[in-house]
Design a protein around this ligand. Structure first.
Ligand code: NAP
Length: 484
């Protein structure tokens, strides 16, 4: 299989917060990989901006270190990294002040694409947007990239949208949800809308239920301060899981174009029923003999923030009426895995007797680890001794299918940054989508607060609280095992 790399146009990319964690771990190593792949044309500029006094040389050192630490390790010693560093510049800029803006403007060129990546705290987004315009750095074709979290609730998300809208048109705003940049997520659209096979079965008549799991093994670690004000519902469900839900449930867009796709996703969110509080389980990981529990990782020793959520929801439309969607995410779980499982109904009549009910077709879309898809099909157990049935997976691992080229597949951040330069918003959230997601999430969180609900404790390294298992068992279903 040959993957084609199409170079983007010459650009100036300014990364605000270029000395921060996200820039060092993801953005800069990602840009280097695209450079190595030949996608970044000669002459393009990547300009870091933050308050620290790094200078061009100091920042190039920071970039080289970040690439060595967090990049794939290749092309660091063959001269390519040195060439890449020639594209790198730095300007000392204070988002809240006046210092550095004229100098930064002086670095930017006319007649090239200009993109501004806000890799800073969301409280700075408004100030940055305002100064980009008032100092004349941005024009009507410039793009701004904003990181999550996009608001804390509907009110703050709306305020943020309004602030950005004062300075930029919606077609210039790229709200990142890196889950949308994953290869498998896009493949999900290819499988659904590029094949005749699945679409006729993709509805309540044939699908028993859909499960979406995003499980992490890590604890809240150094992010405790932020996380405790957020929790799994805001940090994961409102954005990542909601986006996956949209892609799995949406109607086929007329074209694979940004607004056509985003219109369909929005319809899914708007068709979501409010969630009955009996259908949600919140959890918080406890301590084990080696590790302290959640409350030791955050400031508040009586914190009621959830590190785990499982819920059942329904989409009220013709396609999905009556089909439950089960969503689950949490920290400190058994394994790190993200997957969507479409569980089809039983065959209407078994010619093989009592054994039949235990066999179902399941299409699993794996986002991590080992991106790929499996389709469980029922076959006869090989050998003599009668007709015993067996479920076997038809397994498509992208790493295997692509061979050595799998290493060349861009990771989510790389792909999304290149899409920004190309001006393609398909894999970015639109303002109304984000607001609709908060409008669905807010009442759930308010309900917890009003009822003073305490999250159920769960053992680190488990599959979450017992009640989450019951959520499925009550419906005669069960979660897929969380395994790497
Ligand atoms: P971080 O490590 O705290 O870095 C913040 C950056 O902002 C630093 O470069 C800092 O440099 C700069 N900065 C702070 N105040 C500034 C100001 N007034 N003017 C100009 N620059 C300023 O944060 P991060 O983890 O990289 O996160 C950045 C954004 O990405 C946040 O919105 C976060 O929620 C989001 N995000 C992060 C991750 C992640 O894995 N880290 C994942 C998803 C989303 P100076 O102090 O030198 O100015």
């Amino acid at each position: 299989m040959v993957s084609r790399v199409i170079p983007v146009e010459n650009f100036d990319l300014v990364i605000f917060g270029a000395t921060g964690d996200l820039a060092r771990r993801k953005i800069l190593p990602g840009l280097f990989r695209r450079y190595c792949a030949g996608q970044i044309p000669e002459g393009s500029q990547i300009i870091g901006a933050a308050r620290s006094d790094e200078g061009d040389e100091g920042f190039r050192k920071t970039v080289a270190e970040a690439i060595r630490e967090f990049g794939s390790g290749s092309h660091c010693e063959d001269g390519t990294l040195d060439q890449f560093l020639e594209c790198i510049h730095y300007e000392r800029v204070d988002a809240m002040g006046e210092a550095g803006w004229q100098e930064l403007k002086g670095r930017l060129r006319d007649n090239v694409i200009k993109a501004f990546y806000f890799s800073v705290a969301p409280s700075l987004f408004g100030a940055l947007a305002e100064r980009l315009r008032s100092f004349g750095l941005a024009d009507d074709d410039s793009r701004v990239v904003v990181e999550k979290p996009f608001g804390h609730n509907l009110e703050t998300a709306r305020a943020l949208n309004q602030t950005l809208a004062q300075h930029f048109d919606e077609h210039q705003i790229y709200r990142i949800d890196h889950y949308l940049g994953k290869e498998t997520v896009q493949n999900l659209m290819a499988v659904r809308f590029g094949n005749m096979l699945f679409e006729p079965l993709w509805n309540a008549q044939y699908v028993d239920h859909i499960q979406i799991t995003v499980a992490e093994t890590v604890d809240v670690g150094g992010r405790g301060g932020y996380y405790d004000k957020s929790g799994a519902m805001r940090d994961m469900v409102q954005n990542h899981l909601m986006q996956l839900l949209c892609l799995i449930a949406m109607e086929p867009p007329a074209r694979f174009e940004p607004d056509a796709v985003r219109d369909e996703k929005l319809k899914v969110i708007r068709a979501l029923d409010p969630v009955d509080y009996h259908h949600i389980v919140r959890g918080q990981y406890g301590a084990d003999e080696n590790q302290p529990g959640y409350r030791a990782h955050v400031e508040d020793p009586r914190s009621r923030t959830e590190s785990f959520v499982a819920l059942k929801c329904h989409i009220s439309n013709w396609r999905w009426a009556g089909t439950p969607f089960y969503l689950r995410t949490g920290k400190k779980l058994k394994a790190r895995t993200s997957e969507i499982a479409v569980v089809f109904k039983d065959a209407p009549h078994s010619i093989f007797g009592t054994d039949a009910g235990q066999h179902r077709n399941v299409l699993v879309i794996r986002l991590q680890p080992n991106e790929g898809m499996t389709l469980d099909v029922t076959i006869k157990e090989p050998g003599p001794g009668g007709m015993r049935l067996l479920d076997v997976p038809l397994d498509m691992s992208f790493a295997e299918a692509l061979g050595a080229e799998a290493d060349e597949v861009p990771d989510a951040y790389e792909r999304l940054i290149m899409d920004v330069i190309r001006g393609n918003q398909t894999l970015f959230m639109r303002g109304d989508e984000v607001e609709a997601a908060w409008a669905w999430t807010d009442p759930i969180i308010e309900g917890w607060q009003n009822r003073g609900e305490v999250p159920k404790p769960y053992e680190p390294g488990s599959s979450g609280p017992e009640d989450a298992l019951m959520l499925m068992h009550r419906d005669g279903r069960k979660w897929r095992e969380i395994k790497a």
